[in-house]
Design a protein around this ligand. Structure first.
Ligand code: ATP
Ligand code: MG
Ligand code: MG
Length: 411
């Protein structure tokens, strides 16, 4: 995709806009490549993440929306307590390459994502109270002050804060993921002679994330991989307590409360009930995703991972999973939305015999499957259930979540 209309070719050492020296590649996505750059106008030295978008008109237009949203989050209220939990834009400009004109956005530099941290926990999960606090603070700012809906809250889009020393140490290394934390990559024995390291997994991850629902495929791949090893699960959650601060990144899919860009939003596994039903959405959709993410960070497994990616099968499977987790969906919820007639009849899931559904509430899942102590499971399940409340009007707001007993208590 390094051709006309596509990514901008960039090389380590290039100097862009007479100001930014390219140090290494940080990542890439559907729209862009992202580079660690040193700001030559600053002796610090200081570094930025430079997102260089594909040049085709469609990508340029999306980049303009992202810039508008980022400008707003940068300027609305820097004194808001949630302000510092949103990754901020520094500067924006245009670059010309053989492939066309590229929009470039320089942003404050961040470290790996919470997905990387999950991988590093070997999918056992970790204590995520702190992440939850930061994430919900960030959302109070986006929602209450900026009136912006993120629409893509998930571990991959939450980035860890790192300091300038860490960034300097990253330069020249091939894989920033393995540098986080004390533990060196574990090796995995597969068939005696094939060894997988975290680096292999990360490159697999990089390879898969460019495809549709990369997160999903990637996790399935890894889950199968782990199951094949039948690695014994820990009998209690591994409370790695990462002493980290995070920020919400990737406003590339965000929209305004009163100006949506799409009716289908969010990555499948984190998609809110009202979005699946076509019942309209607003800020509560982000809270639903936050609940799904909190469960995943704590247990290492996704709360809802519907099978198949073709509608209506995936939606039906998703709704069954939600039904089983909530112990049902209130009949009035099944009556509004452009899609409800495909999935519900008289308040029940269409063509799904009740006997095939197995209600399994979060508290019991935590105790039965993840071997949590009930005394730990109760408050956490209570917190999650307020975030995945089926009625968006009754769901916690980000500021209500911040007051929650589980969130405010200590480990
Ligand atoms: P997509 O929409 O497909 O997720 P995108 O082209 O909009 O991708 P981003 O998600 O914004 O691009 O960024 C791609 C990757 O670059 C991120 O997943 C992350 O690994 C890295 N990255 C983005 N912003 C930063 C930052 N500020 N600091 C460090 N790394 C970053
Ligand atoms: Mg992204
Ligand atoms: Mg994006």
């Amino acid at each position: 995709e390094y051709d006309a209309g596509g990514y901008m070719p960039a090389n380590i050492g290039d100097i862009l806009k007479n100001q930014y020296k390219v140090c290494r590649k940080l990542g890439w996505g559907h729209f862009s490549t992202v580079w660690l750059c040193r700001n030559l106008l600053d002796d610090g030295p200081t570094y930025v993440a430079l997102k260089i978008c594909k040049s085709a008109h469609m990508f340029a237009a999306v980049a303009q929306d992202e810039i508008r949203l980022l400008r707003e989050t940068r300027s609305i209220d820097p004194n808001h307590p949630g302000y510092k939990y949103i990754v901020q834009m520094v500067d924006t400009f245009r670059l010309i390459s053989v492939n066309g004109i590229h929009t470039a956005i320089s942003m404050e530099i961040m470290g790996p994502s919470l997905l990387h941290l999950l991988i590093q926990s070997d999918f056992r999960g970790y204590s995520n109270r702190r992440c939850q606090k930061n994430n919900n603070s960030g959302l109070t700012y986006l929602h209450d002050a900026c009136r912006i809906i993120h629409t893509d809250i998930k571990p991959e889009n939450i980035l860890i804060k790192v300091d300038q020393n860490y960034i300097r140490s990253m330069i020249g290394k091939t894989d920033r993921f393995t540098e986080l934390g004390q533990e060196m990559p574990r090796s995995y024995d597969r068939d005696a002679d094939i060894k997988y390291t975290d680096e292999d997994i990360l490159s697999k991850f990089e390879e898969l994330r460019g495809q549709s629902y990369p997160h999903d495929k990637f996790l399935i791949e890894l889950t199968t991989f782990r199951e094949r090893h039948s690695e014994p699960r820990l009998t209690s959650p591994m409370w790695v307590s990462p002493n980290i601060e995070i920020k919400i990144a990737d406003l590339g899919n965000a929209c305004w409360e009163h100006h949506h860009f799409s009716s289908e939003i969010q990555t499948r596994q984190y998609r809110a009930l009202e979005v699946i039903l076509g019942a309209g959405y607003s800020f509560p959709a982000d809270i639903w995703s936050t609940g799904c993410m909190a469960f995943e960070l704590a247990t290492g497994e996704m709360l809802f991972s519907p099978k198949g990616d073709r509608n209506p099968t995936a939606n039906m499977d998703h709704l069954c999973l939600i039904w089983e987790t909530l112990g049902g969906i209130p009949p009035y919820i099944t009556e509004t939305g452009t899609n409800v007639r495909h999935y519900f009849h008289n308040g029940r899931l269409k063509n799904i015999p009740e006997s095939t559904l197995r209600v399994w509430k979060i508290e019991d899942v935590l105790v039965d499957k993840y071997k949590w102590k009930r005394v730990d499971a109760i408050p956490f399940a209570g917190f999650l259930e307020s975030l995945i409340e089926p009625d968006p009007a009754l769901r916690f707001s980000a500021s209500m979540a911040l007051q929650n007993e589980w969130l405010t208590s200590t480990d």
